[in-house]
Design a protein around this ligand. Structure first.
Ligand code: EPU
Length: 423
C-alpha cells in the first residue's frame, strides 16, 4: 500500500489547475444509460472513483472508452443488463446514480444497496421515495433494491430530508423524471453546481428542465434522449483544498479552473480569516496573511459552506489565532480527522456535531492514517504546516478524489513523495 511522506514548513507558491469535478462526472456518466447514441465527456478526471463507475457501467452493458485525447465516450450496447452488483457498489456509493436511469430507460433495475461509510450513516430513503412517487414498484430484497416500471409517471414531490436536500438523490430522480410521462416537480432539490452540471447535460440530450440551480426543478418528460457532448465543470472541492492549503501555509497561490461563484462560501470564510483573495474569470489568487484569524464555520447545502471542505478548513484553523467552532450540519459524524489532527499537536474537542478548535498550535509531523477522502486531504494540509516529517498511510482514499495530488503540490513547492509502505 502506498503512503505519502511530507516534510512540512514550506510556504506554497505558484499556480495549480483544478481537474474536472468527480461528483459531477459520476452522475453524468450514469446519465449515458438514458441516451440513444454515444455520449462524449470532456474533462473527466482520472480517479479511482471514475474507474469504479466505468466498471459498473460496463457491467450494465455500456461501452466506456477513454480516447487518446482524454475524452470519455459512453454508449449503450447491451440494454438487457440491469444488475449493479454489491462487489462494485460496496466500494463507491455514487453507483446508486445508476438506479434512476436504469428504471427510466430499461424499465427495471437491481441495484445493490451501497455499503457503509466512514463519514456516517448515509441512507438512500429519499432516492427510493422519489422513485416510488414516480410510480416505480420497489422493494429491498437480499441487500438489493429491486425495481420495475413500464413507464414512470410525472408527479409533484418534496425531496428534502432531515439534513436538507440530497445531492445524488436529486440527480437520481432528475434522471428518472426526464423520461417520465408528463410533468414532474421536485421541491427542495439540491442546488449544488454538480447537480446543475447534470441538468445542463440532460438538456443537451433533449430533456426539458426548468429551474436548474434552484430548489424547484420542473421537468417535462420526453420519450427519448439522444447522445450529447459535454465538458465537466472544474472540481470546486479540489480547487478549495488548494486554496485552504495555500492559506494554511502562509502561501501565495493562483488556482486555475476555480469557479468563483461555486466557491463563494469558502472565499468568504478565508477572507474572514485574513486571506486576500481576488479573481479573474475562473482563476483565483490567494495571498495568506502573516497570521490567520479563527473563524466559525457551519456546513450547509450549497450555497452554504460545503461539508467536503470542512476537514481541510479545520486543519487550517488549528494554526489560526483564537478559537474556532466548526459545526457539521450535513454529516454529524464526519470528524474522523479530529483524532489524527490531535496526534499532530492540534487541540480540538468534539461535542456532538461541533468541534471546538483551539488555534495557534505548532503542529509536528507524525505517522497518521487517512480515513475518508476529505479527512485525508486535511491530514495533507496539516502535514504541510507541521514541523518535520509526516507519513500518511491508507492514501487510497485520496486517490479516489484528487488527481495528481503530489505532483500538483510539488509544483507549488511542497516536499511530498509517494512511497510503498514497508510492511
Ligand atoms: N440523506 C438522507 N436520505 C437520503 C439521502 C441523503 O437522509 O436518501 C441525508 C444524508 O445522510 C446527509 C444529507 O442527506 O445527511 C445529504 O446527503 P446527500 O444525499 O446530499 O449526499 P450524497 O449525495 O450521498 C454527495 C457527494 C458527497 C458530499 C455530499 C454532500 C457525490 C458522489 N457525493 O453525497 O461527496 O459530501 O453530496 O454535499 O456527489 C466526497 O466527495 O468526499 C463526498 C462524500
Amino acid at each position: 500500500m502506498d503512503e505519502l511522506v511530507v516534510t512540512g514548513g514550506v510556504r506554497l507558491k505558484g499556480r495549480v489547475r483544478a481537474s474536472g469535478a468527480k461528483n459531477a462526472a459520476l452522475p453524468i456518466m450514469a446519465a449515458a444509460i438514458l441516451a440513444e447514441g454515444p455520449v462524449r465527456l470532456k474533462n473527466v478526471p482520472n480517479l479511482a472513483d471514475i474507474r469504479t463507475m466505468t466498471r459498473l457501467l460496463r457491467e450494465l452493458g455500456l461501452r466506456v472508452e477513454r480516447e487518446p485525447d482524454g475524452d470519455m465516450v459512453l454508449e449503450n450496447v447491451d440494454p438487457d443488463k440491469v444488475l449493479a452488483p454489491y462487489k462494485i457498489m460496496k466500494t463507491m456509493r455514487a453507483g446508486i446514480c445508476a438506479l434512476g436511469p436504469l428504471v427510466a430507460r430499461r424499465g427495471r433495475a437491481e441495484v445493490s444497496m451501497p455499503g457503509g461509510c466512514l463519514i456516517g450513516d448515509r441512507p438512500v430513503d429519499l432516492h427510493l421515495k422519489g422513485l416510488r412517487s414516480l410510480g416505480a414498484k420497489l422493494e429491498v430484497k437480499h441487500g438489493y433494491i429491486v425495481t420495475s416500471c413500464k413507464r414512470l409517471k410525472g408527479t409533484e414531490m418534496y425531496l428534502g430530508g432531515p439534513f436538507g436536500s440530497t445531492v445524488t438523490g436529486t440527480a437520481n430522480i432528475l434522471m428518472a423524471a426526464v423520461l417520465a410521462k408528463g410533468q414532474t416537480v421536485i421541491e427542495c432539490a439540491a442546488c449544488e453546481p454538480e447537480v446543475q452540471d447534470l441538468g445542463r447535460m440532460l438538456v443537451k440530450m433533449g430533456a426539458s428542465i426548468h429551474g436548474i440551480g434552484s430548489p424547484r426543478l420542473v421537468i417535462e418528460g420526453v420519450s427519448r434522449l439522444s447522445g450529447a457532448e459535454h465538458t465537466i465543470i472544474p472540481d470546486r472541492i479540489e480547487a478549495g483544498t488548494y486554496l485552504v492549503a495555500a492559506a494554511a501555509t502562509g502561501g501565495d497561490v493562483v488556482v486555475e479552473d476555480a469557479r468563483w461563484n461555486d466557491l463563494f462560501a469558502l472565499i468568504h470564510m478565508l477572507r474572514q480569516a485574513g486571506a486576500v483573495i481576488e479573481h479573474f474569470d475562473d482563476t483565483i489568487h490567494l495571498v495568506a496573511p502573516k497570521r490567520l484569524r479563527a473563524v466559525d464555520v457551519t456546513t450547509l447545502p450549497f450555497p452554504g459552506f460545503p461539508t467536503d471542505l470542512q476537514a481541510q478548513m479545520m486543519a487550517m484553523l488549528t494554526v489560526a489565532d483564537g478559537i474556532s467552532v466548526v459545526t457539521e450540519k450535513i454529516y454529524p459524524d464526519r470528524f474522523t480527522h479530529v483524532a489524527e489532527l490531535n496526534r499532530m499537536g492540534a487541540a480540538i474537542r468534539k461535542e456532538g456535531n461541533t468541534a471546538i478548535v483551539q488555534g495557534a498550535r505548532r503542529l509536528s509531523g507524525a505517522p497518521v492514517m487517512a480515513s475518508d477522502l476529505r479527512a485525508s486531504a486535511a491530514l495533507v494540509i496539516a502535514a504541510l504546516v507541521a514541523e518535520g516529517k509526516t507519513t500518511i498511510s491508507r492514501i487510497y482514499h485520496l486517490d479516489r478524489g484528487y488527481e495528481n495530488l503530489e505532483k500538483k503540490l510539488r509544483k507549488l513547492g511542497a516536499t511530498i513523495t509517494r512511497v510503498k509502505a514497508k510492511d
